[in-house]
Design a protein around this ligand. Structure first.
Ligand SMILES: Nc1ncnc2c1ncn2[C@@H]1O[C@H](COP(=O)(O)OP(=O)(O)OP(=O)(O)O)[C@@H](O)[C@H]1O
Length: 338
């Protein structure tokens, strides 16, 4: 249960930290209407004594329920918002003081919004960014060619952004964030709303980018599969505070959460009987089995494949809200922040 505290020290204080937060706070002043012509001032502490470091080249998941403070953190890391307290540095730069200088070093992708010009063909947005970021011609060409090839954008360059599908637009946005070769990439829900194939393509691209270029990546997502496939380390934030920092498996252990194995059998059969999982739902030849999220699905799959007429299967991660709710229920959250 004390996994979180132990694991945290493994990652902190590493030399060459690229992102550094020390006791960072963000308090918003909000006015709430309490009656006709009357309002009350209230303070919302969106980020509360947040401290963590990310070494150069690490790909880290940054997750939490709605309203936890993730976007506020990312906005402070880009310099859009100024912290109310604490110390924050990205590549040695104080983001809110030197926002323009920092812009050359960072790339940002917001899954729910586009940075592309809606009415223009994709390539025109890239040409504008070329000028805006004053990217040397050779470097721009090289980065564009690479992104076009790896993100399969060749057929889309002349299409107005408004006509792109969500998955195509997302790939277009990721390329836009990388044209100036940033050292760090902030990704806010990069796979939201994408189909399975588009998700796989985006994840593969990010994995290669991180491996080949050593780009530091901070990834915010509600999809734990993104984290499982991309990040060795995950940070959980709730009510503006860091609740957990360590590997995803450790988070599952703290929360004692479960994954679901969905199996399609050749025909309708009685519930599957295996030691390490329990059937939670049966619908015709399809069965849902819950098993501990911290353990591997491989032995379970092998066992079922050997004993049952298996046609197809998939593994579903628990949702973040469930994992966090279980963490609280087990008392894991208190241990992680202590
Ligand atoms: N400009 C603002 N003014 C007042 N309150 C704000 C402002 N921005 C964010 N908040 C509040 O700060 C808290 C954290 O919000 P934030 O957007 O950072 O959460 P989040 O983790 O990104 O959530 P989501 O997953 O829904 O995007 C919330 O209570 C939110 O209402």
């Amino acid at each position: 249960m004390d996994v979180a505290v132990g694991v945290h020290s493994e990652f902190s204080g590493v030399e060459g930290d690229f992102i550094e937060l020390d006791g960072v706070e963000k308090v918003f002043d909000v006015r709430k209407k309490t009656g006709f012509l009357r309002s009350e001032r209230r303070q919302v502490r969106a980020v509360d004594s947040l401290s963590f470091t990310v070494p150069r080249g690490e790909m880290v998941g940054y997750i939490g329920p709605n309203g936890a403070g993730k976007s506020t953190t990312i906005k402070m890391l880009t310099g859009i918002l100024t912290p109310s307290g604490g110390r924050l540095r990205v590549a040695g730069i104080d983001p809110s003081r030197e926002r323009t200088r920092l812009a050359q070093r960072i790339g940002v992708v917001f899954g729910q919004r586009t940075t592309l010009w809606w009415d223009l063909p994709l390539i025109d947005s890239y040409r504008l960014m070329h000028r805006m970021y004053r990217i040397p011609d050779g470097r721009y060409r090289e980065n564009l060619d690479r992104c076009v090839e790896l993100l399969q954008l060749a057929d889309l360059l002349d299409v107005p952004v408004r006509q792109l599908s969500l998955g195509q637009r997302m790939r277009g946005d990721i390329a836009a964030a990388l044209l100036h070769d940033p050292d760090v990439l902030y990704l806010d829900e990069p796979t939201i709303g994408l189909d399975v194939i588009s998700k796989a393509r985006v994840r593969e691209f990010l994995r290669d980018l991180n491996a080949e270029r050593g780009t530091t990546v901070l990834l915010t997502t509600h999809d734990l599969t993104d984290i499982e496939q991309l990040c060795r380390r995950v940070m959980v934030i709730d009510h503006g505070r860091l609740m957990y920092d360590g590997p995803l498996t450790g988070l599952h252990e703290v929360g004692e959460s479960e994954r679901t194995l969905v199996v399609d059998l050749e025909r309708e059969l009685p519930p599957i009987e295996v030691e390490s999982a329990r059937v939670v739902k049966v619908e015709g030849p399809r069965q849902w089995l819950a098993f501990p999220a911290a353990s591997s699905a491989a032995p379970l799959v092998a066992r079922i494949a050997a004993e049952y007429p298996l046609v197809d299967l998939s593994v579903r991660e628990p949702d973040i809200e469930t994992v966090i709710a279980k963490m609280y229920a087990q008392g894991g959250a208190e241990k992680a922040v202590s």
